[in-house]
Design a protein around this ligand. Structure first.
Ligand code: SF4
Length: 303
């Protein structure tokens, strides 16, 4: 069944001049059929430069919006437009404007995990891989409002020694990775290194041997001689870690660290959206223009 689905996707991919981009957290079979798999930053870079009539974006809505903002000429489709991000929804443009009014003159640094409307209210974007570099690029005397992830924000504050005004948002999937579960995984696998994403709460970050974005986790596990790891991020990353490192062993820090929205894309839905060109993502041009500036300022600091 899967083989015939894949050959039908391949035929339509060619016919539509389409590319399939997938986030590291999507299900394994979606990652396997994609032309490119990566984290938010890698996918944004790829979306900006790819030459394709159609981009099928397997991830969550804000990521597809970012692809459309950076590549307005391509048609951007989502296999399931209900794939949202609860953390992105914790900050609205209206609430960010109100917070800016409370802190006149502040610079707004927004994690890419935000809606296009929130990016449009921001001075500069960041990702989990470059947040400290982005914050360091801003004048030392300028207050910084960091939106929406309080965990990435507090880690960035630690890394840079800067005081940040933190939005009270969080990723429900990473928030579920409790310190007691990490300690239990360590007890069961005492030889394994704990590798965590900075979206994890501070108490989990303190237990980690290494902290990095998903691209950073992949690079670390590839490069180190160590061969056992406890991974504290969305479980979809384990698929790629295992593929890339056949001689190494990866344990999830928590059996339930799954983002249901990232699992919405499936082979069937990819096929249907290529057949009917359904699930088109649009961003209002005025919002897109302002959001693009915030994203491009990030690329100027961290090319
Ligand atoms: S893993 Fe967390 S931040 Fe990523 S899409 Fe899911 S809820 Fe949003």
């Amino acid at each position: 069944m899967s083989d015939s689905l894949i050959s039908r996707i391949d035929a339509l991919r060619q016919q539509r001049q389409a590319v399939i981009l997938a986030h590291n957290y999507t299900v394994g079979e979606v990652q396997d059929v994609a032309d490119f798999v990566g984290d938010s930053l890698e996918l944004a870079r790829r979306a900006a430069t790819v030459e394709a009539a159609v981009i099928v974006f397997c991830g969550v809505y804000f990521m597809a919006e970012t692809a459309k903002i950076l590549n307005p000429k391509s048609m951007v489709l989502m296999p399931d437009t209900n794939a949202g991000c609860p953390m992105a929804d914790m900050a609205t443009a209206e609430a960010v404007r109100a917070k800016k009014a409370e802190h006149p003159g502040c610079a707004v640094v927004c994690y890419v995990n935000t809606t296009a409307a929130v990016k449009a209210e921001s001075d500069i974007c960041c990702t989990s891989g470059n947040a400290p570099a982005i914050v360091r690029s801003l004048p030392k005397d300028r207050p910084i409002l960091f939106v929406p992830d309080r965990n990435l924000g507090s880690w960035t504050a630690e890394q840079t020694g800067r005081e940040l005004i933190l939005w009270d948002g969080y990723c429900p999937t990473h928030e579920r990775i409790l310190p007691m579960l990490v300690k239990e995984a360590r007890r069961q696998h005492p030889q394994a290194l704990v590798v965590a994403h900075p979206e994890c709460p501070p108490a989990v970050r303190e237990l980690a041997d290494h902290l990095a974005s998903t691209a950073g986790i992949l690079a670390f596990c590839r490069q180190t001689d160590h061969d056992q790891f406890i991974i504290a991020t969305e479980e979809g990353l384990l698929h790629r870690l295992r593929l890339e490192n056949p001689g190494k062993t990866f344990y999830p820090a928590n059996a339930r660290m799954t983002c249901p929205n990232m699992k919405r894309a499936s082979l069937e839905k990819i096929l249907w959206c290529l057949e009917d060109l359904r699930g088109q993502v649009e961003v209002d041009p005025a919002t897109a223009e302002r959001a693009r500036q915030a994203i491009q300022r990030m690329f100027l600091v961290v090319p």
